[in-house]
Design a protein. Structure first.
Lengths: 234, 288
């Protein structure tokens, strides 16, 4: 069994007194695409935020490339090679499109992703590079947020609901770029409410329900009924 | 010609006010921190320059080589150990802490240096003048001070809009949590911003110290001028801060020419007029 790139073991997460995750365990291998699906409030974003260091986790609960990273602040986690595309994109409004991409590469980690390659992947961004990031459409903003995360040349890319608020055709356009990301050896975790896209793009899927893993397995092996049952908790 | 001279003097001193204001504006822009101790830090820096110049027997402008890094390091440490702890959603804690800092600095300086007013000597440059035209003379030092002010503002503009650290400042100001995802440690970014602010303070303080007498109580007045320049110019714009400083300087010069007792008042009246007519300032950066 090859050692997992990311291993989350019995992760608990709290917002104040409210417990959002109850002993969640997830594994991602190098270069693998894994989907985390679930209804609103299931704990999907909480899981990503805990991995990324935005939420405090127990130190041994999260291991990355063999090292425990639980409890590290977000900037330290980013330095280890994990990039989060946050929910709602989180582009910097004071920065232009190009500056948003450049700051994604702030850490200067060498790799396949350069400004030129990002513009090749997303030509719409190249055409609007000097514009303020607020001038982009929703789909273009999502591309910019994705591009910004790629500029860090991460080993693990965490995508928090990249389909949120976008028209289906735009979502398909963005998902069509993900194979190029995986081709560079980057592992991807896709948190999605859009189950169809997420399953089509991933090898394995975890379904969260009220802070617990209700179902996990290879995407092609799980039946629609099993997924629906796990998703809705029926 | 007389009025041209007055306006010119106002413009030149406006450069100094712009330098006072630039550090203040920078800090508010990056971390929403209103530094009540800003004026006192200018005075502290002037005393540091005094000690350096007298101990080493060098001129004040040469002393800048030491004073600027020293003040930058003080700024980094101040932000890292004290002010970073006050930052949050509430604007009040930094206000209170910097107010306390202002009191501590003033009294500390009073204890060490007494209330005697002092001045940095710069030598013959202090009285040197250049003749621009018939009846129009300008002091070399005020001209240098103005040129340095423009250079400082241009330099800050360059840093903020053309360098990686400037991007980091702007991004952290926009979204501190997302900036962390880029690998930026907010504590370090804020500390660097404060270091930069105090480096500008150091430059301004040397010109202040050479220009006129100073004593430990002068801080609050400098803070007021800095505030007024920032607000007249418009929050968020560094060139606006320069314009604000110039307008304040010219208003004061015009007021002083009409009656020496009206100098400070004229500046405050100009400030009030701008605040009443255009509260967002003359050149605010509009964020969409």
């Amino acid at each position: 069994m090859p050692e997992a790139l990311l291993a989350v073991r019995e992760l608990e997460a709290f917002y104040g007194d409210f417990q959002a995750l109850f002993g969640v365990s997830v594994e991602v291998a190098r270069g693998e695409a894994v989907a985390v699906i679930g209804a609103n409030g299931a704990g999907k974003s909480t899981l990503l935020k805990s991995i990324a260091g935005l939420l405090r986790a127990r130190s041994d609960a999260i291991t990355f490339a063999g090292e425990p990273i639980g409890g590290l602040p977000a900037y330290a986690v980013a330095a280890r090679g994990i990039a989060l595309v946050p929910e709602g994109r989180g582009l910097f409004p004071s920065l232009s499109v190009e500056e948003n991409l450049l700051i994604g590469g702030q850490l200067g980690r060498p790799g396949a992703w350069t400004l030129r390659r990002i513009y090749e992947l997303f030509p719409a961004l190249g055409q609007r590079r000097k514009l303020p990031s607020t001038a982009l459409s929703g789909g273009q903003q999502q591309m910019a947020a994705l591009g910004r995360a790629l500029m860090a040349n991460p080993q693990l890319l965490l995508c928090d609901e990249i389909s949120l608020g976008l028209a289906p055709i735009v979502v398909r356009e963005i998902y069509a770029r993900l194979p190029a990301v995986r081709a560079e050896g980057t592992a991807i975790v896709l948190v999605e409410q859009d189950v169809v896209q997420a399953l089509a793009a991933s090898f394995r899927v975890y379904c969260l329900q009220e802070g617990r893993v209700a179902l996990s397995g290879a995407a092609k092996d799980l039946t629609r009924e099993a997924i629906a049952a796990a998703y809705f908790g029926v | 010609m007389e009025w041209i001279n007055v306006i010119l003097q106002g413009v030149l001193v406006g450069g100094l006010y712009a330098m006072f204001a630039a550090g203040l504006s920078l800090i508010f822009g990056v971390m929403r921190l209103v530094n009540i101790a800003h004026g006192d830090l200018i005075v502290l820096s002037a005393y540091v320059a005094l000690v350096v110049a007298q101990t080493l027997g060098i001129g004040p402008l040469t002393a800048l080589i030491i004073v600027v890094p020293v003040m930058a390091m003080i700024g980094y440490a101040l932000q890292w150990f004290v002010l970073n702890r006050t930052l949050g959603d509430d604007l009040l804690p930094p206000l209170l802490v910097t107010f306390g800092l202002s009191v501590i600095i003033q009294n500390g300086l009073l204890t060490v240096f007494t209330a005697d007013s002092v001045k940095l000597q710069a030598g013959p440059i202090e009285v040197a003048t250049i003749r621009l035209a018939e009846g129009l003379y300008v002091g070399v030092l005020p001209l240098l001070q103005f040129a340095v002010a423009v250079a400082v503002i241009a330099g800050l503009q360059l840093i903020f809009y053309r360098t990686a650290i400037g991007r980091a400042f702007r991004a952290t100001a926009d979204e501190p949590a997302v900036a962390q995802l880029m690998g930026l440690d907010n504590r370090h970014v804020f500390a660097l911003a404060m270091a930069l602010s105090l480096a500008v303070v150091a430059i301004a303080s040397v010109f202040l110290a050479v220009r006129a007498n100073f004593d430990p109580s002068q801080g609050p007045a400098r803070l007021i001028f800095g505030f007024e320049a920032v607000i007249i110019g418009g929050l968020g714009s560094l060139w606006g801060t320069l314009a604000g400083g110039l307008i304040l300087g010219v208003a004061q010069a015009v007021g002083a020419h009409l009656d020496p007792g009206w100098q400070i008042l004229a500046g405050h009246i100009a400030f009030l007029i701008v605040l009443a007519a255009r509260p967002q300032g003359l050149f605010p950066k509009v964020r969409t």
